[in-house]
Ligand binder design. Structure first.
Ligand SMILES: C[S@@+](CC[C@H](N)C(=O)[O-])C[C@H]1O[C@@H](n2cnc3c(N)ncnc32)[C@H](O)[C@@H]1O
Length: 313
C-alpha cells in the first residue's frame, strides 16, 4: 500500500498534552489533514473515547479512509475511534448533531494547508509545480484564485496581497496583474502567477524564500476566507466545549495568531492557559522545517460555577 499521507504533524506532543485527552473523552480534530494528530489523540482517549475529524477538503476526507485502514493494522481500537466528516471547522454544530452530542471535551485546530495538498499539482497550492491557479480547500464553493484575479480591481488585489501576504511590493504586483489582463495574457496557472511575481519582487539576499511565497499565501487566505472562518469558529468555541473542555490552536501566520490571542482573551467563558504561545523545539524545526513559524495557544472552557454572577438590575 502506498503511503496515504506525507504530512508530518506539527508540535504533536505539545498539542496532544494541551487537550488533556483521557479515557472516554471526545475530541474534535477540526483540521484532519493527514490524520497525524487524530491518530495520536485516538490512542489517548481509549477505552471508550472518540475522535471526530473534520476537513473542508474532500480529497483529504477520501484519503482519511486509507489513513484509518493503515492505523487499524497496528492499532485497531484507535482506528475504530475515529470518524471523519467533510465540513469546515466553523460548522462543528453539524458534526455534533450528526453524532448526537451536546458538546466535546477538546477541539484542535491546526491551521493552513497540509504537505499532501502542497504536493498535489492539480490544486495549485504550490508555485514550484505547474497546476491550475485554484488554491481552494473546498473546490465546490467559492472561486478559484485565477477567477478572483480577473474579478478584483487593482486596489483590491494590492490590498489582499499586502494584508494577508505582508508583501511590500503588493502595488507593483497588482499593477502587473492588471496590465497582463489588459494585454490578454493569461494568469491561469501557478507558473503564470509565480513568474509574474518574480519579475516584480527582488529576490531576498540569501535566496531562501521564493519571491512568490507571500503572494500565494495571501491569495490562499483570501480564496478560502480563512480569517473570517477562524473568527467565526472561535466565537462559538465555548458553546461547543463541555465545562473544563480545552481548545488548542496551531497557527502559522501573525494575523491568525492575533485572532486566536484576542478571541481567547475576550471570551469570558474561556480561561487562557498560554499567556505566550508555545513554540516548537529546535529539534522539531530541524526535522520538520514546516513547523518553524508554528504558534500554539490553549484555552479552557470555565465551569459554570467559575463564571462571575450576573448582577440583577
Ligand atoms: C495543516 S493541515 C492539518 C494536518 C493535521 N493536523 C495532521 O496532523 O495531519 C490543515 C488541514 O486543514 C484543512 N482545513 C483548512 N481550513 C479548514 C476549515 N475551515 N475547516 C476544516 N478543515 C480545514 C485543510 O484542508 C488541511 O487538510
Amino acid at each position: 500500500m502506498n503511503t496515504p499521507t506525507i504530512h508530518v504533524p506539527v508540535m504533536p506532543e505539545e498539542s496532544i498534552a494541551a487537550l488533556e485527552p483521557g479515557p472516554g473523552k471526545t475530541i474534535i480534530d477540526g483540521t484532519f489533514g493527514g490524520g497525524g494528530h487524530s491518530s495520536l489523540l485516538a490512542a489517548s482517549v481509549l477505552p471508550g473515547g472518540r475522535v471526530i475529524g473534520l476537513d473542508r477538503d474532500e480529497g483529504a476526507v477520501e484519503r482519511s479512509q486509507q489513513i484509518i485502514e493503515r492505523l487499524a493494522v497496528h492499532a485497531p481500537q484507535a482506528a475504530a475511534a475515529i470518524t471523519v466528516y467533510c465540513a469546515s471547522y466553523h460548522q462543528i454544530d453539524r458534526a455534533l448533531a450528526a453524532e448526537g452530542l451536546d458538546g466535546v471535551d477538546g477541539i484542535l485546530l491546526d491551521l493552513g494547508l497540509s504537505s499532501d495538498q502542497l504536493a498535489d499539482r492539480s490544486r495549485g497550492f504550490s508555485f514550484s509545480v505547474e497546476g491550475p491557479l485554484d488554491l481552494r480547500f473546498d473546490t465546490s464553493s467559492g472561486e478559484p484564485a485565477s477567477r478572483l484575479l480577473k474579478r478584483w480591481n487593482e486596489k483590491q488585489i494590492a490590498d489582499v496581497i499586502y494584508r494577508y501576504g505582508e508583501e511590500r511590493f503588493s502595488r507593483r504586483i497588482a499593477r502587473r496583474i492588471v496590465q497582463a489582463r489588459q494585454e490578454g495574457q493569461a494568469i491561469e496557472t501557478t507558473t503564470d502567477l509565480a513568474e509574474l511575481v518574480r519579475r516584480c519582487v527582488p529576490r531576498s539576499k540569501n535566496h531562501d524564500i521564493d519571491p512568490a511565497t507571500r503572494t500565494f499565501q495571501a491569495l490562499r487566505i483570501a480564496a478560502n476566507d480563512e480569517l473570517q472562518i477562524l473568527e467565526q469558529a472561535l466565537s462559538r468555541a465555548a458553546d461547543w466545549l463541555n465545562p473544563d473542555g480545552r481548545i488548542a490552536v496551531i497557527s502559522f501566520h501573525s494575523l491568525e495568531d492575533r485572532i486566536v490571542k484576542n478571541q481567547f482573551r475576550d471570551c469570558p467563558r474561556l480561561e487562557v492557559l498560554t499567556r505566550k504561545p508555545l513554540r516548537p523545539s529546535d529539534t522539531e524545526t530541524q526535522h520538520n522545517p514546516r513547523a518553524r513559524s508554528a504558534k500554539l495557544r490553549i484555552a479552557r472552557r470555565r465551569r459554570d460555577e467559575e463564571m462571575p454572577a450576573v448582577q440583577p438590575y
